[in-house]
Design a protein. Structure first.
Length: 154
């Protein structure tokens, strides 16, 4: 085995960190930066936990692409998956502090915003994480039109 190193596999069950302290999440939009539509320019957090959520795509629980030719269906599935990931970490959309959104066609921006607004519509207090949105030539699967990665504070 010269030239190779053994791989270590570590499996952990339920490593959820718990804290009774409620995170402080302050969303700031200085007037000099303009009023952003549906996101915050600055998010200041003081939290016991920071949760990193991998890029979510339009896969259902069985690994099938939802809405292969339908951006709105894909966006709805992506936000649904994001909600499930947050729930698994003991969080809600109100805990989101940063989203990075990848679209394969900026022509879908309005449909993305509709899905985003629907996702955040029932959040109390209102949440508007900082967002970076970019158009990319392709995502890891040829049928994906949107991917969202996220950071939450808990």
């Amino acid at each position: 085995m010269s030239g190779s190193s053994p791989r270590m596999t570590v499996e952990m069950e339920d490593v959820r960190m718990t804290s009774n302290k409620k995170p402080s999440i302050i969303r700031i939009n200085p007037p000099e930066l303009g009023a952003p539509p549906g996101y915050s320019q600055i998010v200041d957090i003081n939290a016991g936990r920071i949760i990193f959520i991998a890029g979510q795509t339009a896969l259902d629980r069985d690994g099938n692409v939802v809405g292969k030719y339908d951006f709105a269906a894909q966006a709805a599935q992506v936000f649904s998956n994001l909600g499930l990931a947050l729930q698994a970490a003991g969080c809600t959309p109100a805990n989101l502090v940063k989203l990075t959104v990848f679209l394969t066609d900026m022509g879908n921006l309005a449909r993305y915003r509709e899905a985003r607004n629907s996702f955040f519509a029932s959040v109390t207090p209102p949440a508007a994480p900082a967002v970076t949105l970019v158009e990319v030539s392709k995502l890891y699967g040829p049928d994906f039109k949107i991917e969202i990665e996220a950071i939450a504070a808990g």
